[in-house]
Design a protein around this ligand. Structure first.
Ligand SMILES: [Zn+2]
Length: 210
């Protein structure tokens, strides 16, 4: 295999937890809060612990929300679609009543075709995208989540994903089929959500509902 993965996120393969950035952030916060209890919330776990991988995060606060609910039925359907499309990347959309940025909730999952039919990249088939855009507009709904799979790398946006992120109010939801990324107890596939805003990448905790 000579092709360089354009989407697989290998550029960011590391310990996967951005530990150095977190330690730095906490030590800075500790220095600032000396003698003051008002700033003690700075010691709360920082939402952007992936900052080490995303230089665009420098100086950016988390745009929120830091946590959203996702119905279990949607999660299961996304994972099933990713397996069905493997070894190529799979893609689709989660339609919501309002954007995640605006406090909206996920309503339904719409699997779509990957026009590139590639293990390394995805592009929602343009006619699929047009159809869903019209359907959601007509129903006064929005793209709550933009979903794709990584077949062999973590569920974390790659540099290509960042360049293609044109919906700052949506969540970018990634599922990894890599066994090494699965939950060690349940073996459930890793599913993670992100907001990509002004070049910054901020994880949003997914709480599986139901
Ligand atoms: Zn990707």
């Amino acid at each position: 295999m000579v092709r360089t993965p354009a989407c697989g996120g290998n550029e960011y393969s590391g310990d996967g937890h951005g530990g150095e950035a977190l330690v730095l952030r906490v030590s800075l916060a500790t220095g600032r809060m000396s003698g003051s209890s008002i700033e003690s919330d700075r010691l709360a776990p920082a939402p952007g612990t992936e900052d080490a991988y995303y230089p665009g995060n420098a100086g950016q606060p988390h745009p929120g929300p830091t946590r959203v609910a996702l119905p279990a039925a949607i999660r299961d359907a996304i994972v099933a679609h990713a397996h069905a499309e493997a070894p190529n990347e799979a893609c689709g959309l989660i339609v919501g009543d309002r954007s995640a940025a605006d406090g909206g909730k996920a309503l339904r999952w719409v699997p779509l075709r990957n026009a590139l039919a590639s293990p390394y990249r995805y592009e929602i088939a343009p006619d699929d995208l047009l159809r869903v855009t019209i359907e959601t507009d007509d129903a006064d709904e929005v793209f709550w989540g933009i979903v794709h799979s990584h077949v062999a790398s973590p569920a974390r946006p790659s540099p290509t994903d960042l360049r293609q992120a044109h919906y700052p109010d949506a969540l970018y939801v990634l599922v990894s089929l890599a066994p090494s990324e699965a939950d060690p107890t349940t073996e459930a596939e890793s599913l993670r959500a992100w907001r990509i805003v002004d070049g910054g990448v901020h994880e949003v905790d997914l709480v599986i509902d139901g």
